[in-house]
Design a protein around this ligand. Structure first.
Ligand code: BES
Ligand code: MN
Ligand code: MN
Length: 462
């Protein structure tokens, strides 16, 4: 891998500039106004994969945004790595809270990134992390040290539920044949505490609408006499957790897999500082389900959270009104073996059941996804673990993450393949938030670590 390493170190500047170019294109999949930019990003990703040394590159149209496919088959008898990533990004809102514009990348130093970090929407999630794979591939191909076949599948709808990816995967099973899937779209514990993500939570997402009277009413004339949909919605939402912060929906926990004491003890070995945690997000104390640590609450336990709530008068000054309607968006993060469709159904039934007669309730499900866990005794995990050991000088810790990448379970079902989640972001990188950034250390360390994965994966398959 010597030549690959040298290639990387002599092309560092260019690797960064190319990422910066990609970050300038606002590929916001959620907002149709940015459709052209999303398509342009797909083309740029394709060009980059081509330039990096792929023999075949396609931009496959779907009913939504295109999927970029690229491959290099070096030797059909060698193992094949399928790289998945996404080139779409979250909206930049609230834009006022960015210190510099979201699509004008700048490099600044931070406490956790003393070597500098790139500030831009998508820097970490997922353009920066996805691009590490393109650059690692380029370095290996250019050095003649690529010992696995590579297939890239980079989509543009991850942030909006990947609704066209399943169809693509189903229709291209032969083309996507591989031995392992490699994804960098998660995080690690700290720059000096490498970790590999071994689990992701699933997701059930609903929107609720509570309707009271047929029009907004004068709150003096009608106040006290009719159900106020906002009061009712607040009450209903509050009732979804009990005093121990357990979720009260009947059946919600029925399929939750409880970890053994040994597994929990193993998890507890990962370093965690409550003080640092609170300080980093400026809160006085942690909060959550009784009987579980913060690490557990955020990974092996399911949750229910309101993501947004609105209704009634929210303009300047005071308007005395009982609104006709109230709304909320609610997400539930799920753990094995909860099924998103079942949970959505349980939520719907329960939410309807607890509504008083003075209102009507409508629940609309949004996209969801299944949880996933990956074993740590597989060849893929071992290859990843050795790769981290090589570049970080320590064995990575297996950690289950609280986030969701629903396609991981889908890949397993459709392609029969396990995914290795080699994420290099930090929780503090502000993904989905204003001032998203990605450490230069993380970007380069990722580019250096990935080739070792290929190296060990090849060796261990011989
Ligand atoms: N890359 C994230 C997921 C993630 C981030 C997992 C950090 C673990 C650690 C992904 O782009 C994402 O944002 N997923 C969504 C779900 C999706 C269905 C919109 C999420 O987790 O909210
Ligand atoms: Mn992502
Ligand atoms: Mn995301």
């Amino acid at each position: 891998m010597q030549k690959t390493r040298e290639y990387i170190s002599s092309n560092k500047e260019r690797f960064l500039n190319e990422l910066i170019d990609l970050l300038k294109i606002p590929s916001i999949s959620a907002d149709p106004e940015y459709a052209d930019a999303v398509h342009q990003t797909a083309d740029e990703v394709a060009n980059n994969i081509k330039r990096a040394g792929a023999d075949l590159v396609e931009v496959s149209e779907t009913d939504g945004y295109p999927i970029v496919y690229g491959e290099k088959i070096v030797d059909p008898s060698w193992p094949t790595v399928l790289v998945y990533g996404h080139y779409d990004v979250q909206p930049a809102d609230p834009i006022d809270l960015w210190d510099s514009p979201a699509f004008e990348p700048v490099i600044k130093k931070t406490e956790l990134h003393p070597e500098g970090a790139i500030f831009a929407r998508g820097a970490c999630d997922d353009k920066g992390q996805m691009f590490m794979h393109v650059k690692a591939f380029e370095a290996m191909a250019a050095s003649g040290e690529l010992k696995c076949n590579v297939k890239f599948m980079i989509e543009g709808e991850e942030e909006v539920g990947s609704s066209n990816l399943a169809t693509y995967v189903k229709e291209n099973k032969e083309k996507l044949k591989a031995d392992i899937i490699l994804v960098s779209d998660t995080g690690m514990l700290a720059n000096d505490v490498p970790s590999i993500t071994t689990g992701l939570r699933g997701l059930s997402y609903v929107e609720v609408e509570v309707t009271g009277p047929n029009r907004d009413l004068h709150s003096g004339l009608y106040g006290g006499c009719v159900a106020n949909p906002i009061n009712i919605l607040a009450k209903m939402i509050a009732s979804l957790h009990d005093e121990n912060n357990h979720i009260t929906i009947p059946g919600f926990y029925d399929k939750v897999v409880e970890l053994s004491d040994e597994e929990r003890a193993e998890m507890a070995k990962a370093p965690f500082s409550k003080e640092a945690y609170c300080k980093s997000i400026n809160i006085k104390d942690i909060y959550g389900e009784s009987g579980y640590t913060t690490m557990e609450r955020g990974s092996i336990r399911p949750t229910l959270d309101v993501n947004g709530i609105w209704g009634g008068y929210t303009g300047e000054g005071a308007k005395t009104v009982i609104p006709s309607k109230a709304y909320a968006k609610i997400s539930m993060r799920l753990v094995p073996d909860q099924d998103p469709n079942e949970i959505t159904k349980l939520f719907m039934d329960h939410f309807m059941a607890i509504a008083p007669d003075g209102v009507t309730v409508k629940v609309t499900p949004h996209h969801g996804g299944e949880p996933a866990v990956t074993p740590i005794d597989s060849v893929g995990y071992e290859a990843a673990s050795k790769a981290y050991e090589k570049t970080f000088g320590k064995r990575p810790i297996p950690v289950r993450s609280g986030g969701s990448i629903p396609i991981v379970a889908m890949f397993e079902k459709e392609l029969g393949l396990k995914t290795i989640l080699m994420g290099f972001g930090l929780d503090s990188d502000a993904i989905h938030s204003p001032n998203e950034h990605y450490g230069l250390f993380n970007y380069y360390r990722g580019i250096e670590t990935i080739p070792y994965f290929y190296h060990y994966f090849y060796e261990m398959n011989q």
